[in-house]
Ligand binder design. Sequence first.
Ligand SMILES: NC(=O)c1ccc[n+]([C@@H]2O[C@H](COP(=O)([O-])OP(=O)(O)OC[C@H]3O[C@@H](n4cnc5c(N)ncnc54)[C@H](OP(=O)(O)O)[C@@H]3O)[C@@H](O)[C@H]2O)c1
Length: 329
Amino acid sequence: MNRKLGTNGPLVSAIGLGCMGMSGAYGQSDDAASIATIERALDLGHNFLDTADYYRTGHNEELISQAIKGKRDKAFLSVKTGLFLAPGPNKSMAVGPVNTHPDYIRNAVLYSLQRLKTDYIDLYTPARVDPNVPIEDTVGALSDLVQKGVIRYIGLSEAAAATIRKAAAVHPITSLQIEYSLWSRDIEAEVLPTIRELGIGLVAYSPLSRGLLSGEIRTPEDLKDNRIHMPRFQGENFLKNLELVEKIKTLATEKGCTPSQLAIAWVLAQGEDIITIPGTKRIKYLEENIASENVQLSREDLQSIEAIMPAGIVSGTRYPEMFMNHLNR
Ligand SMILES: NC(=O)c1ccc[n+]([C@@H]2O[C@H](COP(=O)([O-])OP(=O)(O)OC[C@H]3O[C@@H](n4cnc5c(N)ncnc54)[C@H](OP(=O)(O)O)[C@@H]3O)[C@@H](O)[C@H]2O)c1
């Protein structure tokens, strides 16, 4: 299933592939298995591949370059930039300063092209709003890159409504990438109506709340990566959230699908202007997630999900405080 990304944007797969976990975000990864997963996505016609130049400093883009070799035209490359991630103590990730200064962007994009072994990027997105650089300057630099044919479309990520409006006044914005799932619904109040008004598509990331909604993480001991530092995966929050997962499992069983499929189908059911990018490094999960397209949620289904799982029911913020400070709220 394809959907139009934004009113005047390209047609892309409604279920894309988030590649972040292939570079160590969620435990160990295996490059060969990751490349095979990307290839499988393309073979199945799911072209939207999401990456960032800061996913293990280019490692993720290099994996993608291997998977798209000889079939660049089959892929829609969504690349984020402007954020710095580094390994911290005890499996944590430290987030560094945001930099979306025009000079930085112009330099970063050249390295991304080199690592991806391509001469254009389909969708280029500053990952965060830089508090020190007017968004108009960042989008101005991106607009120049569009004129030069280096990038095709401009995205934003984790931007507030007022920022989105300022950005869209400089150049058409194709998409907003932001966390959106059964458990992350803050955008419904202001951001979602704003992008709908402006004809900007939504790229919903972490539709499985970083794997928790899948029901595969059953005990705190199942977690051995960066997620141990995330509030939803900690202490009382984690135990309460695992109870919610049981309710999702029941709903999924009633619908004849898996919990992941229910969570992904819910996101897609929120509007034709939404695509989602579940992340995985395994063909098995990729195929399961893609099959969510076949899960049809009726109005009654959505109402009963809402009754059992209303907005705000989850325990814990979606990021640790340090990361929350980098969001444009
Ligand atoms: N713009 C931003 O700031 C931002 C932030 C975060 C993420 N993103 C993008 O969004 C993408 C998706 O987000 P995400 O990876 O955080 O979240 P997600 O899709 O909510 O969760 C990914 C986790 O769920 C697991 N999983 C996936 N499908 C599964 C299934 N069918 N059954 C059981 N477990 C399953 C994965 O396992 P395996 O890893 O073992 O396959 C991984 O641990 C990322 O890859 C990245 O491209 C963007």
